[in-house]
Design a protein. Structure first.
Length: 264
């Protein structure tokens, strides 16, 4: 039996999306300090203010945080300004839909309970008017290591989560971010291989052939959009190099904010 993706119930006013729709992925906000992180955070806060003024809807397609672990409502000091920004969106009636990525497996808890963010662990599809949307992070679609699906299942397992929760919250975040090449002291953040990007774009184009009008993902950090008539298949890019995001205003989809900002 074909797996059905979660759907947003359009008859429920608390979750019904309202345009414009903003789509973000791969922000990789970290608890580490530094000029690059500070600039990334401040630019993001400006975009969240734009979303608030628009009265639209925010969709996060994974890896908003470089590492997030729900642990007794603990929020690292460096992440508090952006968590407050998300809270302000909710207080102003902005719905936030969060699809899990490979850096933020353990979202349910404080963000869903206290802020009212709706979380989807896999992918999300919904309809608005006559437009069908498909949204996914993409780490289950393309990956470099054949063992990744098994590793992902282990990290999602309740015993693994319970074991981590036995550790102090600050230690959990230290360990979580140590494994991320976005925050290790590297000379240059590695680029995603070109064939991986092509595989992802082919996956999205197949979604258009299946009947979706807008198919979106993150994960591979390279913004690009392909059209098929009035349909769009787009990789959102990231907030590290490109400051890119997607916008659908009711008349069409576009990638916005794209610029090269090569952070190490």
């Amino acid at each position: 039996m074909k797996k059905q993706e979660p759907r947003i119930p359009l008859d429920h006013p608390d979750v019904t999306p309202k345009p414009p729709f903003y789509f973000l992925s791969d922000i990789h906000l970290s608890t580490r300090r530094g000029a690059a992180q500070d600039a990334r955070r401040e630019d993001l806060l400006k975009l969240l203010a734009e979303v608030r003024e628009s009265r639209g809807t925010l969709f996060i397609l994974g890896d908003f945080f470089d590492f997030w672990f729900d642990c007794r409502s603990y929020v690292p000091e460096a992440l508090k300004p952006v968590v407050k920004g998300l809270s302000e969106l909710r207080k102003n009636g902005i719905n936030i839909h969060y699809i899990g990525g490979n850096h933020d497996y353990w979202i349910p808890g404080y963000l869903t309970r206290e802020l009212g963010i709706r979380y989807y662990p896999e992918a999300l599809e919904f309809e608005y008017g006559n437009t069908r949307f498909y949204c996914v992070h993409g780490d289950q679609v393309v990956y470099n290591h054949c063992g990744y699906p098994l590793i992902r299942r282990i990290l999602h397992a309740k015993p693994a989560i319970a074991a981590l929760k036995c550790l102090p919250a600050k230690l959990i975040y230290y360990l979580g971010e140590r494994v991320s090449h976005y925050n290790r002291m590297l000379d240059r953040i590695p680029e995603v291989p070109g064939h991986i990007v092509i595989d992802m774009q082919n996956f999205l184009m197949e979604k258009l052939r299946q009947g979706y009008d807008i198919a979106l993902c993150g994960h591979v950090h390279r913004p690009q959009c392909r059209r098929q008539g009035n349909k769009s298949a787009a990789i959102l890019g990231d907030w590290i190099r490109h400051r890119s995001y997607g916008v659908w205003d009711g008349s069409g989809f576009r990638l916005a904010g794209i610029k090269e900002n090569d952070e190490n």
